[in-house]
Write a protein that binds this ligand. Structure first.
Ligand code: AMP
Length: 398
């Protein structure tokens, strides 16, 4: 196979991550990676590193909007320092009920996915913007969408169906899950010996957990949107719907405009809750650990709540899987927060999960379970961009 430079574009609510790989025969090789972070602020961050980790750019530009942010990405890709992309892969959290397969992006497909912005309200607007820009600015390269929801397409109907009136289900409301490309990448890295009964906890600023049987997703914590499931950095996770109604009634005391009220509720549940909401301090686990060390009770409560929810999900998943062979931690917290791993596993001895304190004292890939643990506990960093490149190469060959 001739060499094939593939560009990967992965946008978050206020960031664009990008990387390029040389695909061809064998495992794709990374050429460079970078990010533009802090969109909507005067002091953003823009960096690029080459394959050896050498910084090629490290700036703090003003990033008033996503257009300015994407210009930086496009400028870097077109700088002449790297081969022009032969194909582009885009991460998309959820394309709605009609777009369930990874596929070639056309203007019509973007319009179709945009109709379901409410299913990933923080992610879809910037993702579709970047897709439209990429079709325009890289006209020679086919663009492909890679969906987080793709990995979760195997969950059974009893898990995905929501207990709501049929008219809303008919509009596509159901559990789609998220972080699917990360989960896929963990299963990929475990090959050829993927454990039959596997739980993967993707604990980052957004947090979710999945039960995986025979390499296929059986259940996942996020729901219609990434706001459901576990307590996350700034999101509630699953919550009594009565709480949402209470907050909505409170908001309705200040506005009669229904869209304004819905947007205000969205801000509360997606941007002001979770670790940030409970601690009143920060959504960043590093800040919370520092505050806990200084005796801050709200920071302690926020982290306890986070840990407790994860333990409950693990318990439920072990019942669903009828046992457990391996528990994997991934994501920024899963990989780096030694205390979170220890605290989560400390309550799970009855499920055969025992962590070894010394082995757990690491950041990055490791096996951290005790020799006596029935369940193997591992830390595996995700390889989302590599998965996207693999999908792009497969789709190009079809
Ligand atoms: P992610 O969304 O996967 O990039 O994860 C981001 C989160 O990982 C941050 O908000 C931190 O809470 C957490 N994190 C990153 N590095 C560390 C670290 N060294 N110790 C504890 N938590 C960390």
């Amino acid at each position: 196979m001739p060499s094939l430079p593939v560009l990967v574009l992965n946008s978050g609510s206020s960031s664009i991550k990008f990387s390029a790989y040389e695909a061809g025969a064998g495992e794709p090789e990374k050429l460079f990676e970078g990010a533009v972070d802090g969109i909507g602020t005067d002091l953003g961050k823009f960096w690029i590193k080459d394959a050896s980790g050498r910084k090629l750019a490290d700036q703090n530009p003003a990033l008033p909007n996503r257009a300015v942010a994407f210009q930086l990405v496009e400028g870097a890709v077109h700088s002449g320092d790297f081969p022009a992309p032969a194909a582009i892969g885009h991460r998309m959290v959820c394309g709605g009920p009609t777009v369930l397969e990874n596929q070639l992006i056309t203007p019509d497909l973007i319009d179709e996915m945009e109709r379901y912005t409410a299913f990933a309200p923080l992610h879809t607007p910037i993702a579709v913007y970047i897709m439209r820009q990429a079709l325009h600015l890289f006209p020679g390269a086919p663009n492909f969408v890679c969906l987080d929801s793709y990995f979760h397409r195997t969950i059974p109907e009893v898990v995905s169906y929501m207990p709501i009136p049929e008219e809303y289900s008919a509009m596509g409301v159901r559990r789609f899950g998220a972080h699917g490309i990360s989960y896929e990448s963990i299963v990929y890295q475990l090959q050829p010996q993927v454990p039959g009964k596997l739980i993967v906890a993707h604990l980052g600023n957004g947090a979710s957990i999945s039960a995986i049987r025979g390499g296929r997703c059986l259940d996942t914590s996020m729901g219609l949107t990434p706001t459901g499931g576990l307590v996350s950095g700034t999101r509630t996770g699953d919550i009594d719907p009565g709480v949402l109604l209470f907050i909505l009634h409170k908001i309705a005391e200040t506005t009669t405009n229904a869209t304004e009220a819905a947007n205000a509720l969205e801000t509360v549940v997606s941007k002001q809750s979770g670790l940030l909401g409970v601690s009143g301090l920060s959504n960043d686990m590093r800040d919370l650990r520092e505050a806990i060390a200084q005796g801050n009770p709200k920071a302690r409560l926020a982290v306890d709540k986070f840990v407790w929810t994860i333990q409950k999900w693990i318990g439920g998943f072990v019942a669903e899987l009828d046992g457990l062979d391996m528990l994997v931690f991934t994501g920024g917290i899963g990989e780096n927060d030694i205390d979170s791993r220890a605290e989560i596993c400390a309550g799970l001895g009855a499920l055969g999960i025992e962590i070894d304190r010394e082995r757990n004292n690491v950041r990055g890939a490791a096996t951290v379970s005790a020799d006596t643990s029935r369940v193997t506990v591992r830390v595996i960093p995700p390889a989302e961009d590599l998965m996207i490149v693999n999908h792009v190469v497969r789709l190009l060959g079809e």
